[in-house]
Design a protein. Structure first.
Length: 232
C-alpha cells in the first residue's frame, strides 16, 4: 500500500500543478504535508535556490506531528521565510474507489454525464460562479465532471473537479447556506466520485471548516494527513 506521506505528495502535485522542477506556482511560498509516516514539501518557484534547499532539508529531517498540531520545523521554516509569513492549514482525505459508502439516498443528484442535467441547471448559476466559469463547467471544460442537487429551483449543492491531472483529482464542494446540514454535500461528493472511475481522488479542507470535515466523516473518507501552507 502506498504510504500516506506519498499520497500527500501526490495531492500537493494535483492541487498546485507543480512545474517540471516540483515548484509551486504560488501564492504559497511553502506547502508542507505532514502524515503519520513522514513529511513532504514543495517550495514556490521564485524562492532562491539556497533557501529552497534549506527549507526542504528541514522538512526532510523533521519529525511528523499529530493532526492539527504544527511540526517543530514549521516555525523554523516560517522564520527563514520572514516574520510576516502567515500560516494556514487543514486536513486531507483520500476518497475510496466508487461506489463511496453513503448513509442516505443520492436520488435526485444531477450528473455531468447526462446532457439533460447540464441544461437543467444552465439558468440556475449561483452567484459564486462567474458566467464564463459556469458555462465552462456545464460544457465539460474546466471543473467537469460534476454532480449537483437542485432544490426550490436553485442549485443547492455542487461537487466539481477543482483540479485534475494524470495523477489524480481534487474535489471542490459547495453548498448554499440555506441548504447546509442536510447531507447534500456528501451526496454530491459520492456521486462525483462515481464519475471518475480509476482516478485517485482527494478531498481537503481548512482547519476551521468543521462542516466540510463532517462531510468527510459522513462519507468515511480516509484521513491521510495535514497540509500546512506558509505565505509571505
Amino acid at each position: 500500500m502506498i504510504r500516506d506521506v506519498d499520497l500527500l505528495a501526490i495531492e500537493i502535485g494535483v492541487i498546485w500543478r507543480l512545474d517540471d522542477h516540483g515548484r509551486l506556482p504560488g501564492p504559497e511560498d511553502l506547502v508542507m504535508g505532514v502524515a503519520a509516516d513522514g513529511m513532504t514539501a514543495a517550495v514556490r518557484h521564485d524562492v532562491p535556490g539556497a533557501l529552497t534547499a534549506r527549507l526542504l532539508d528541514l522538512v526532510a529531517r523533521g519529525d511528523p506531528s499529530t493532526p492539527c498540531q504544527p511540526p517543530e520545523v514549521l516555525e523554523q521554516c516560517r522564520v527563514l521565510l520572514g516574520e510576516t509569513t502567515t500560516v494556514s492549514s487543514g486536513p486531507c482525505y483520500l476518497i475510496p474507489p466508487s461506489p463511496v459508502p453513503f448513509d442516505a439516498p443520492a436520488a435526485g443528484v444531477l450528473r455531468s454525464d447526462d446532457p439533460a442535467h447540464a441544461e437543467r441547471v444552465r439558468s440556475l448559476r449561483p452567484c459564486t460562479w462567474a458566467r464564463d466559469e459556469w458555462d465552462d463547467l456545464l460544457d465539460g471544460r474546466d471543473g467537469a465532471p460534476w454532480a449537483m442537487v437542485v432544490a426550490d429551483d436553485q442549485v443547492a449543492a455542487i461537487c466539481h473537479t477543482a483540479r485534475l491531472t494524470t495523477a489524480g483529482a481534487e474535489a471542490g464542494v459547495w453548498t448554499a447556506p440555506a441548504f447546509r446540514g442536510r447531507g447534500l454535500a456528501a451526496a454530491t461528493t459520492a456521486t462525483w466520485a462515481d464519475l471518475l472511475p480509476g482516478t485517485r481522488l482527494f478531498y481537503s479542507t481548512s482547519a476551521d471548516n468543521h462542516s466540510s470535515q463532517r462531510v468527510a466523516a459522513r462519507l468515511g473518507l480516509r484521513a491521510i494527513g495535514w497540509l500546512w501552507k506558509l505565505t509571505r
